[in-house]
Design a protein around this ligand. Sequence first.
Ligand code: SF4
Length: 525
Amino acid sequence: ITVYVPRDSTALALGANEVAAAIVAEAAKRGQQITLVRNGSRGMFWLEPLVEVATAAGRIGYGPVAPEDVAGLFDADLFNADVLAGGQHRLALGLVDEIPYLKNQERLTFARVGITDPVSLDDYLAHEGYLGLQNALAMQSADIVQEVLDSGLRGRGGAAFPTGIKWKTVLGAQGAQKYIVCNADEGDSGTFSDRMIMEDDPFVLIEGMTIAGLAVNADYGYIYVRSEYPHAIAVLNEAIATANARGFLGKNILGFGKDFQLEVRKGAGAYVCGEETALLESLEGKRGVVRAKPPLPAIEGLFGKPTVINNVITLASVPIVLARGAAFYKNFGQGRSMGTLPMQLAGNIKYGGLVEKAFGVTLRELLFDFGGGTESGRTMRAVQVGGPLGPYLPPALFDTPLDYEAFAAVGGTVGHGGMVVFDDSVDMAQQARYSMEFCVVESCGKCTPCRIGSTRGVEVIDKIIANANPANTGQRQQQIHLLRDLCDTMINGSLCAMGSMTPLPVLSALNHFPEDFGAPPAAVG
Ligand code: SF4
């Protein structure tokens, strides 16, 4: 019988290795034959470690499993063919694919995540892996670019720039050497979709980058992974070695006469290296400082050569576009937001995890139908969407559909799809201060509005908080005016998104939660 225990970081942090070891030991003790597969995570973190057992009806899940539960699972005969008896066990979850949290998703990019053994190329091939590359190998570069353009795929890292247009620019750029760079410096709070792809289905990223290479005639790629992701780095390196050994990477890919080499580079822990030009500087061995644009990286990128730089999810979404066609992909989503987005529910939320849905799903559906409300059981007061530079949205905006344009219309950003939830015990003035402080710590220091402005911002917010008493309303309002002015300067005068977007969470806290910035003056008369 085949038993699955995840090897994803989240599952490991919750004891998956210990559970796997207990299962192996218990099987040996009882003389029972089992095949243990270390799969990726299904992204339902409250159930991790989630142990699955293969049956004729499908995979039955048990979770969260602790090492001390393992003997009991064997006693209940759940590792035998008759595992449907699992329905009676207190940890039994039934068929994993039927759990509503999973069943109600549209998993395109994450189609294999949690199902396959991440480092098994055979498993990848058995689950529609490399169909996209095979199609791409039979196409002209311009036709691959056109397919991606037609799919409507936009950058999933935050900027939402049309991927096909970026690729078209690189294809048309002059240069004997071109590069594909994957931005895997996933530093936004509450985000983990890049990590999950790299740890749980690395071949889909490798395939996407190889297709990108064919599309723009680049024969070398780098994956820039943050140093905080050691498991992702190890899994990627193992998968790259396998792809090279089996002819899916390297010279003369699958005998089609095309070359593509791939290398993993470890970042050094700076948030700003998620900004594409700072990332390129870092990749070149320099300090991670933002470059002024133009020139665009598509024209003069890595080592001054034309470079495609895309986020992990963007590149990992390319194989399905090439495998199923642009029309299939763009059929998901709405308006100019086509396809799906893997969203990450984090913070004070009951059912945290990964939810891939077509654009158009509302925040309310994500936070309540999937997320189950707050973990604390208290009223949900705010959600920060799109990382530490995203605004705090109040419940009045929870019916906003997740769509780049709809979010922009309410002053929001979809960003990388991370959502951090807060209950009604949150102090939004402190959250605004935290946003400014984050900018103080992470600013690359190149431009004044960001470097100095964020420090002044923390000071001003401290003064607002110190003047919270109604007796000090005059001073407080002066400081709030100053803070708005400062935010305006940062938005308009900063070189990159770090400085120009930090004001978004600050202003959203001020606008949506003014009561946290001091009591209003007492009514007169
Ligand atoms: Fe550097 Fe901040 Fe200026 Fe961006 S906005 S270039 S992070 S100082």
